[in-house]
Every structure is written in C-alpha cells, then in structure tokens.
Design a protein around this ligand. Structure first.
Ligand code: ADP
Ligand code: MG
Length: 281
C-alpha cells in the first residue's frame, strides 16, 4: 500500500472540513448476571462533514453496539459522543438510522411509510407531500408510492427505508449492514444507488458492514476495528476517484485496498493467507 494507509486513532482529514460526529474515549461494558462483557475498549473517531466512513471488524467485535451508541439507543459506559457539538444521550431526528431489515409498517403504503415520521413531528400536509415526493423520487420509487411493502422486492423496501430516513433531513446517516439481507447482485446495485444518493444529499455517513468490497467501494475512509474488546486497528483512506462505476472493483487499486483490509481482519482472527495462492499486495 502506498500513501493510502493512515495509521492513527483519529481521522486526520483536511482542517477546512467541520466535524460532524466526534467520538472520544468510548467504552462499553455489558453486565449480564454476574458476568461483565467488555465490548468496546476505547474508540476515538472524528468524522467530518459529508464523509462516508465504513466500520469493519471481526464478527462480534462491537460494530452494532458502537452504531447504536452513536444513535442514542444504547448507553455508553464512558467516553463522549457528540453530533454537531451536541452530546448524544438519546435518539433524535439529527441521526437517521437504518438496519438490515427494513423498518416499514406492513399495513401502510410506501407514501404513508415515508410520511409517518413527518406527521408525528407535526409537518404541514404540503411540506409532507413535497418531502415525500422529493425523497421517493431520489430513491427512484415515486411511481410505487401506492404499493404496500409486501408488493416490493427486498432492495426496493430498503430504498423506501432510506427515503423515510432522509425525509427527516438528519445531519448524519447511521447504517448497520443495510444491504446484508440482499442477494449479491441487488446489493451491488444498492451500493451504486447509495453512492449517488449520498453524493446528492451530502450527508456524513457511518456505515457498518462485514463486506470488505462494499466498504472500499462506498467509503472515503474505512475504519478497521480489532476483535472484542474493540479499538481502532487502522484507518484506511480510500483514494479512488468518484463517482465510482462497478468496473472499479476490478482495478488494481481496488483489489489492493481489499487485500490490505482482508489481511488486517484475518490477522485479528489468526487466519493466514493460503500458501501458493498469490494475490495483489
Ligand atoms: P458486531 O455487530 O460487531 O457483530 P455486537 O455489537 O452485536 O457485535 O456485539 C458485541 C459484543 O457485545 C458481543 O460479544 C455480544 O455478545 C455483546 N453484546 C451485545 N449486546 C449485548 C447485550 N445487550 N447484553 C450483553 N452482551 C451484549
Ligand atoms: Mg452487528
């Protein structure tokens, strides 16, 4: 790897960008019966305005826990999490969260699902219509506004979920393996779609995945966590040009990033490269 590795505990991006999410000395220990499980030992991260940052790490290392703490759904043990200088202590509309399974009401049509959060927040009918139309068009599903979730494919349901989250106009998007339940081809299409939507919406994104290709394809930075109790093992700056077409996955640079991250993850799991099989390094 040449010039792409940024070995640091916080992300040193250009000083001209504002910090959106700041994580300082984050620790999380779960207590279960008489047992203490240390999930996160210490994470420091500084995520800047408009950056796409992926978190990868061994299974069970605390990725979901980390994202749920930033979302305000789980209490931290110690440390500090701020979003736009406001300390996080509960969920809020400044943070849009998306999960592997779409959180849609099965009895509501697509329009009603996206409108729901806005109705709860007391937006006017006209504002709701404008926003729902804008965001359903952005994800390419305005024509499906009168469909029920059960009448859509898994990929379409995740696009509705994304429209629902974006309609709040959150400062940041927090995504926990949002394409994890989709087949490989739909997944690639969704990654391209997300890249387009992200570049139009200019949101900061914190994206958890176990898929290295997905992380490299989408990200400005990939944060590799150690096994549990997790700390930041390495931060890799992905210097691939944007917009990234699907062909980029075949490029030498892309494969180089993928192999480097693969090595980091497998070193955590004590898996050695298979002898006799050569790969770009
Ligand atoms: P990941 O998303 O990286 O696979 P998680 O964040 O789900 O990992 O879990 C990290 C660790 O914390 C695991 O060992 C898991 O068993 C533990 N853990 C997660 N949630 C709880 C909980 N509510 N109570 C006790 N232990 C938990
Ligand atoms: Mg998880």
């Amino acid at each position: 790897m040449k010039n792409s590795k940024v070995v640091a505990r916080s992300i040193p991006i250009g000083a001209n960008k504002e910090t959106t999410i700041k994580i300082e000395g984050l620790r999380k220990t779960f207590s279960r019966k008489n047992e203490e499980v240390e999930a996160i030992k210490g994470i420091d991260l500084d995520i800047k305005e408009g950056d796409f940052v992926s978190i990868v790490g061994p299974s069970g290392c605390g990725k979901s826990t980390f994202l749920h703490i930033v979302g305000g759904f789980i209490d931290k043990t110690s440390g500090k999490v701020t979003v736009r200088d406001k300390e996080v202590d509960k969920p809020g509309p400044d943070r849009g969260m998306m999960f592997q399974e779409s959180a849609l009401f099965p009895w509501k049509k697509v329009y009603g699902n996206v409108a729901w959060g806005l109705e709860v927040q007391g937006y006017s009918k006209k504002d709701i219509k404008d926003r729902v139309e804008h965001y359903l068009s952005l994800v390419g599903l305005w024509d499906f506004r009168n469909h029920l979730p059960s009448e859509l494919s898994g990929g379409m349901r995740q696009r509705v979920s994304l429209a629902k989250v974006l309609a709040f106009n959150p400062d940041v998007l927090l995504m926990d393996e949002p394409f994890g339940a989709l087949d490989a081809q739909t997944r690639e299409k969704m990654q391209s779609e997300l890249q387009r939507i992200w570049s139009e919406s200019k949101k900061s994104v914190l994206f958890v995945t176990h898929d290295i290709d997905e992380a490299v394809f989408l990200s400005d930075y990939v944060v590799v966590l150690t096994k549990r109790p997790s700390t930041v093992k390495e931060i890799i700056k992905i210097q691939l040009p944007r917009p990234r077409g699907i062909e980029i996955r075949k490029s030498y640079e892309f494969v180089d990033y993928r192999n480097h991250i693969w090595d980091l993850l497998h070193a955590e799991e004590n898996v050695k490269s298979i002898e006799g099989i050569s790969y770009a390094k």
